[in-house]
Design a protein around this ligand. Structure first.
Ligand code: NAP
Ligand code: GDD
Length: 349
């Protein structure tokens, strides 16, 4: 029986990855940080929660990571823990650097000293490409493993450190250490602060009469969105390989935040009409004329990543990876899930 250690097991990806590895017959260990109120995040209420062996520790603490590797004796380590919200990284750049960046060295060093033959996966991100679009020329077909990096947030800068230290351990110590450069991926388990979940939750609330309108920042930003379930499968496939290599994982499509809003409301039978531009733009219900979307500049970021588009050709070829959940299925699934959750909640009152 293979053994895997997952940091960030309570998060969106960690919970799906734990389920996948359990279904593949792994013994799964999950790192959980101590909180004043014990909770297991996205694992709460799942069968996986009963099967995962929890180890308490914080990735910023080197000794905790040495203990975690000793206790789990893993064949594979997936480092998914991070302060993963880009907007928050502008408000806490140093904590983000320590958790999202430097802590990767704690884990790599723990593996190197305790179990150097364990395979290591680092959760790298398309946010590292950030503003490098200008370097790509006119016929841009998506970022690849060979594209330049130009992070535009403290989160992106921190992730770049973790990405390079992973590569450095691979080159210096011949360790199986690799990174998946994953583009945005969402799901019914996505945190409510991210734009997709914020939109699907608000659309469902407006539909049920529980919210007046949705407030957003930059609706022109474009993202390459996929489903987390498809993306955690790619992580696992990367560690199935004989030799470590980095892979871009993406859907190959890009959509604006505005399109995500339109599709979410459409899933509930509401068509939106847009009026004005910039901070004065509003979206109204085409039938009732009521304003249901407004811009609030407080959601603008000090520096924005305007466009993300990935090219996952290498992963498709070498890993046999393919996404199974389309953009429209993703949006519709998230809206439907939020509607059900809210209806259930209302039933309790
Ligand atoms: P998420 O839902 O925010 O989960 C983050 C996890 O990290 C949570 O389990 C959290 O625990 C844990 N964590 C945070 N700080 C920690 C610390 N100091 N010590 C131990 N654990 C800590 O993120 P996600 O969407 O699943 O993403 C997983 C990873 O992929 C992250 O590294 C993210 O940056 C990266 N990534 C995500 C995407 C995406 O679009 N989702 C794309 C590219 C890369 P608590 O439950 O205690 O908060
Ligand atoms: N969160 C949020 N809230 N974003 C908004 C809003 C809003 O009200 N209005 C517009 N946006 C825009 C943001 O400015 C950004 O351009 C886009 O929506 C997506 O924002 P997020 O959903 O917060 O995700 P992100 O792209 O910044 O970061 C996510 O993807 C990265 C991969 O590219 C996170 O999951 C990161 O952890 C991940 O690495």
């Amino acid at each position: 029986m293979k053994k895997a250690l997952i940091t960030g097991v309570t998060g969106q990806d960690g919970s799906y990855l734990a389920e996948l590895l359990l279904s593949e017959g792994y013994e799964v260990y999950g790192l959980v940080r101590r909180k004043s109120r014990l909770d297991f995040g996205n694992l709460e209420g799942t069968e996986a929660k009963e099967k995962v062996n929890f180890i308490f520790g914080d990735i910023t603490d080197m000794s905790a990571m040495v203990n975690a590797v000793k206790e789990s004796d893993p064949d594979e380590v997936y480092n998914l823990a991070a302060q993963s919200f880009v907007a928050q990284s502008f408000r806490e750049p140093v904590a983000s650097a320590n958790i999202t960046g430097v802590a990767a060295a704690n884990i790599l060093e723990a593996i190197r000293t305790v179990k150097p033959e364990a395979k290591y996966y680092q959760a790298s991100t398309s946010e590292m490409f950030g503003g490098c679009i200008e370097d790509q020329g006119d016929n841009f077909t998506g970022y690849t493993e060979k594209s330049f990096f130009h992070p535009r947030s403290p989160y992106g800068v921190a992730k770049l450190y973790a990405h390079w230290i992973t590569r450095n351990y691979r080159e210096s110590y011949d360790m199986f250490a690799c990174s998946g450069i994953l583009f945005n991926h969402e799901s019914e388990r996505r945190g409510h602060e991210f734009v997709t979940r914020k939109i699907t939750d608000a659309a469902a609330r407006i539909h049920l009469g529980l919210l007046d309108h949705l407030e957003l920042g930059n609706m022109d930003a474009k993202r390459d969105w996929g489903h987390s379930k498809d993306y955690v499968r790619a992580m696992w496939l990367m560690l199935r390989r004989e030799a470590p290599e980095d892979f871009v994982i993406a859907s190959g499509e890009t959509h604006t935040v505005r399109e995500f809003v339109e599709l979410s409301f459409k899933a509930l039978g509401t068509e939106i009409e847009w009026h004005g531009s910039g901070a004065d733009e509003t979206g109204t219900d085409k039938v009732t004329g009521k304003t249901i979307v407004k811009i609030n500049p407080k959601f603008y970021r000090p520096a924005e990543v305007d466009l993300l588009l990935g090219n996952a050709e290498k992963a498709e070829k070498l890993l046999g990876w393919k996404r199974e959940i389309s953009f429209s299925q993703l949006v519709e699934g998230m809206v439907k899930n939020d509607l059900e959750l809210l209806k259930k909640e209302a039933g309790k009152i």
